[in-house]
Design a protein around this ligand. Sequence first.
Ligand code: PEP
Ligand code: MN
Length: 338
Amino acid sequence: MIVILKRPTEENIRLVCRKLEQYGYGSNVSQGEEKTIIGAIGTRPEHRALLMEQFAGLPFVERVVPVLKPYKLVSSESRDGRSVVKVGSVSFGGSEVVLCAGPCAVESFEQLSAVAGSVKASGAKVLRGGAFKPRSSPYDFQGLGEKALEMLSELGRQLDLPVATEVRSARQVEIVAEHADVLQIGARNMQNFDLLREAGHSGKPVLLKRGFSATIEEWMKAAEYVASTGNMNVLLCERGVRTFEPQERFTLDVTAVLLARQHSHLPVGVDPSHPAGRRDLVPGLALAGVAAGADFLLVEVHNDPDSALCDGPQALLPDQFAELACQVRSVAKALGRQ
Ligand code: PEP
Ligand code: MN
């Protein structure tokens, strides 16, 4: 259940949380600009009806909503309207379609600097770049690790761009959170529950990729793991699922964007690069994502993709990204967005 307070004084909030605790529930307090919402964490069906009645009778409670979904905090049932996740001065989930771009992997300071400068000039608001790469083969380039984190934070500072990078294991959360503004959890790790919790506890915004064979419900429950730590700053990102078609690397599940936006109030974005696997398909998939309501795009860009150490064939050249950024703005405008 969710308790929505109309007079959220500290005392009122404490009273509700204490009562929940008495009945064996945890609580998650989310303070919005107008309302404060307290989510009851735990499943104690024997007390639910009684507690709901008691809360509804309190003068400072606006309403009590039973949330029956197994993902309560991230469920659209728990909020009126969509939530906005702030990363520095960038807002995800508002009217702007936020462009996040950069190389698949950080390879050198020069490479990152060239790509970062160009994507910023084209309107990207967040710099992406892999430091710890999740590679299918242990013999493939695994990323520059901490050195890459330092380059990301240095260039992010220089260009005033927040930085998003993948954290591959729970052990890396602390070091990645020291350097990055957004912790990316990759498709292969969507159900790494220890990682989800640890990333949540870092307090940093978490970009959660959908696993390539995960159902929408599994994806929502994974987001709930992060939210259940009290960190509601979660960005959902569709990046394609496995299908039978060999001509595409994965299949972008556009329907998932629509469904995720129905099921959750969290911002939903699209990574058009990994489903494409080849750069000629990337712009079309990106625009399809925007048309479906994506709040952000996560796009791979490289200044010399032929010599890229990871995912070169799907990386857009800087000029191609500039062109895509213009097209995104046109589609966004047609939909009443920025
Ligand atoms: C990436 O963004 O570079 C990446 C590895 O993504 P995914 O987890 O979606 O494969
Ligand atoms: Mn990649």
